[in-house]
Design a protein around this ligand. Structure first.
Ligand code: NAD
Length: 429
């Protein structure tokens, strides 16, 4: 988890929720979704906003605003991450919640979609302040979350420690007999706290699995690929690490502190150590510091935006040399960026497919908590591979059958599952 308050340069202002709705409408047209279901699915079911006080280390009190948006639970409990970032707002969280609905439906796992967050700069808070903020936020959410109802997970600015505090707070507010079951209220926990093997790396691993599948279909070897990664947090770091372990060259990494390039391939572990020691990428001896423009125009085959939204824009997309964009982040490509990529025939593997590894292994964690089991890493890895590659094949096939782009195809698969469930159940009363 990292603070990203310093370099939002190049970010194109874009209402994420409008962007998510336009993506949905495009696919709804393709599957000829009936008007009533469009109206239902365009809105989140519940919008929860809480204002809560936190005692700071100097004894003062500060008020914070937190959100939990529950978009859909037609296929199972609401599911989605909790973000701590200074840009968190209602519009953003509504878009992120809707994307979770399409993501879980596309993966074919029995969850719905939700997202939450607190508007805060986490790097400016001490560890104790973050703990009190997390506990107070969880308390404010109360029974709006629960292991059978709404299950948070880590996202930007949060991690396994945040989940341990959320889980501990939640189980201490429910009846004693429900405490063991209550551990399943969040996923992305550490192994000590009931997490799953393979969860921490799962999103990056899923990104690498789809890159491998894309390459295989084109008779390309992963070891011959040059990959650039934006973001060096959970998703960015594990993507860079796993793809370089698979033999590819990670030629560029960029985060909120700067960019670093090496055409012969960066030592990802060395860069991680440097980043942990100094707090930034610049100055790493195994390559050269670079400008934002140099990062976006780097010579590479695959570009993985794995930081925040609105990064592949009308300004940055024309610079990109990659043949493939794999959206590790949620909503990294703006409509102007997407038009430019389409114009040049650059393929995009959309966020709701590319970064679904995290929620897929969160599902495994939830199943393990329910049955008091621990699965081996091999079991988790294999099951993740099966599910994400099945979703990938469905998207590729749908894109070919419907003659549409991958994003629209991914939505079509998810929307179809949800609309089938609505049609059979009907709308109450
Ligand atoms: P994180 O907090 O661990 O890392 C975020 C990274 O983004 C950091 O390296 C930070 O430096 C970088 N960053 C922030 N602002 C930036 C900017 N303006 N320019 C360049 N880099 C910037 O977060 P994460 O969990 O890795 O999440 C990254 C993205 O992946 C988000 O869009 C998130 O919603 C999505 N995602 C995460 C998961 C997960 O399991 N953690 C799952 C699915 C999707």
């Amino acid at each position: 988890m990292t603070d990203s308050s310093q370099v939002p340069a190049g970010t194109e202002h874009q209402s994420l929720y409008k962007m998510a709705q336009a993506q949905f409408e495009r696919a709804a047209d393709v599957v000829e979704l009936e008007q009533g279901l469009r109206e239902i699915l365009k809105q989140p079911k519940n919008e929860i906003i809480v204002n809560f006080p936190v005692k700071m280390d100097d004894g003062s009190y500060r008020m914070f605003t937190g959100y939990r948006i529950q978009h859909s639970n037609i296929l199972g409990p609401y599911k989605g991450g909790i973000r701590y970032h200074h840009d968190v707002n209602l519009d953003e969280v509504k878009a992120l919640a809707a994307w979770m609905t399409w993501k879980t439906a596309l993966a074919g796992i029995p969850f719905g979609g939700a997202k939450g967050g607190v508007n805060v700069r986490p790097a400016q808070l001490s560890n104790d302040e973050l703990m009190r903020l997390t506990r107070r936020f969880t308390h404010a959410l109360g029974t709006n979350i629960g292991p059978e109802y709404d299950i948070p997970a880590p996202d930007v600015g949060t991690n396994g420690q945040t989940m341990a505090w959320m889980m501990d707070t939640y189980v201490n507010t429910v009846a004693i007999v429900d405490r063991t079951r209550g551990r399943g209220v969040v996923t992305g926990k550490s192994l000590n706290c009931g997490g799953s093997a393979g969860r921490e790396k799962a999103t990056g691993q899923g990104v690498c699995l789809v890159i491998e599948a894309w390459a295989k279909a084109r008779n390309l070897a992963v070891k011959d690929l040059k990959v650039a990664v934006q973001g060096f947090g959970n998703v960015g770091y594990f993507t860079a690490k796993i793809i370089s372990d698979m033999g590819a060259k990670v030629v560029a990494v960029q985060d909120h502190t700067g960019a670093h390039l090496n055409g012969r391939g960066l030592d990802v572990e060395g860069l991680k150590r440097h980043n942990a020691q100094t707090g930034h990428l610049n100055g790493f001896p195994g390559g050269e510091d670079a400008s934002l423009e140099a990062f976006w125009s780097v010579d590479c085959d695959v570009m993985v935006p794995a930081a925040i939204e609105n990064q592949v824009t009308g300004k940055t997309a024309p610079l990109i040399k990659a043949k493939l964009i794999v959206e590790g982040a949620n909503g990294p490509t703006t409509p102007a960026g997407e038009r430019e990529l389409a114009r040049r025939g650059v393929e995009v593997i959309p966020d709701i497919l590319a970064n679904s590894g995290g929620v897929i292994v969160s599902f495994f964690e939830w199943l393990q908590n329910r049955s008091s089991e621990y699965w081996s890493l091999e079991t988790v890895d294999q099951k993740l591979k099966d599910i994400i590659l099945r979703a990938y094949s469905q998207v590729v096939k749908t894109a070919a059958d419907r003659r549409c782009d991958n994003r629209t195809a991914a939505y079509c698969v998810g929307i179809k599952r949800i609309s089938d469930a609505y049609k059979e159940r009907g709308i109450f009363p």
